[in-house]
Design a protein around this ligand. Structure first.
Ligand code: KG4
Ligand code: ZN
Length: 321
């Protein structure tokens, strides 16, 4: 069975063809990120115009790379939520028009849950499992019974952790999106030099990242030479990143302990972070838990993950090929 995934929730226009839920035949992503960079964040109007201009080409390219025709598609899966409304609207309108015009069934997929399900494009992780989603818009801990049963255990009370990375990067005078830049700078910085801490929120599996962002802001205001001191910038990046990752790891492993699971899956853009990948893998291993991360291209926004979860949501009568 072939699923055409469509993803336009933010600044990536993406389409993919996935066979039987996990065989990725194509995965095309076209990003408008360069047009947003000078504003320090995504401008919805620019993102949605970009989707309008590219969605048809991107979907055609996904079919071409998969060596499939639209007639081979058994199901269309489209991101319906969460996301920028004007961006979602383009993907949903396109997918619905295609579904109606070609008589292909359609399912609407939750972007955040699809980030977690991305791991199943590459690995078979036993269920039930604890899942941590860390993206630009969300920081959620789930207990997954199966593809259709996600129980939320905790979430950020304010900023998402990717958002905190991006905001701290802006404070440090770095380019948007700041997550990958902070990751790189932190590799040569000293994480013990500064103590920027995240709120613990004891007794819960919730997170808060707005405090640490403000702490970095106030600190940076007192550093007039910041722009000329690359050592200082790297040390701030490393200290900030360590504090954010440490709390993510702590709560994720706490959730595994509470739910008695021996596996944890991670998804979303921040799952690409090298320190998170290393630290969670090591800390989990100390407790006999295996941490599973998707490849980097499946951490970031993509339509293969939408097709993957969409397949699990398929109406039974769509079983064809
Ligand atoms: O999942 P995603 O591509 O889009 C959303 O659904 O939001 O996540 C984007 C977020 C951005 O905040 C970006 O800065 C962050 O993921 N990100 C990273 C890294 N790569 C992307 N954050 C930290 N380290 C990275 N290597
Ligand atoms: Zn995303």
């Amino acid at each position: 069975m072939h699923v055409l995934g469509i993803e336009t929730s933010c600044d990536e226009t993406a389409a993919a063809v996935v066979r039987n839920g996990n065989k990725v035949l194509s995965n095309v992503v076209s990003s408008s990120v360069d047009f947003h960079a000078k504003y320090g964040g995504v401008i919805p109007e620019i993102a949605s115009r970009f989707h309008v201009e590219t969605i048809v080409q991107v979907a055609r390219e996904a079919l071409r790379k998969a060596k499939k025709d639209i007639a081979d598609v058994d199901l269309i899966a489209v991101t319906a939520n969460p996301g920028l409304v004007t961006s979602l609207l383009i993907g949903i309108s396109f997918a619905r028009a295609l579904s109606f015009g070609r008589g292909v069934p359609i399912v609407e997929v939750d972007h955040t849950k699809a980030h977690l399900w991305a791991i199943y494009l590459e690995q078979k992780v036993r269920l039930p499992v604890v899942g941590l989603v860390v993206s630009g818009g969300h920081t959620n801990l789930y207990y997954l019974k199966d593809a259709l049963n996600f129980i939320k255990l905790g979430a950020t009370l304010d900023d998402a952790c990717g958002e905190a990375f991006d905001k701290v990067a802006t404070i440090l005078g770095l380019r948007y999106p700041g997550g990958p830049i902070i990751d790189k700078l932190a590799q040569k910085g000293d994480p013990a030099r500064f103590n920027f801490s995240c709120a613990e929120l004891p007794g819960t599996l919730d997170f808060s990242f707005s405090g640490i962002k403000t702490a970095v802001l106030y600190f940076v205001r007192k550093q007039p030479a910041l722009k000329r001191d690359s050592r200082l910038i790297s040390d701030i990046a490393a200290s900030f990143q360590k504090s954010v990752v440490d709390i993510l790891v702590k709560k994720a492993l706490l959730a595994c302990g509470l739910k008695k699971t021996k596996d944890i899956i991670v998804g979303g853009g921040v799952a690409a972070n090298s320190y998170l990948r290393k630290h969670l893998t090591e800390e989990a291993a100390c407790r006999g838990i295996k941490a599973h991360f998707p490849s980097i291209n499946f951490c970031l926004d993509n339509a293969a993950m939408i097709a993957g979860l969409g397949y699990q949501m398929r109406p039974q009568h769509t079983e064809r090929k």
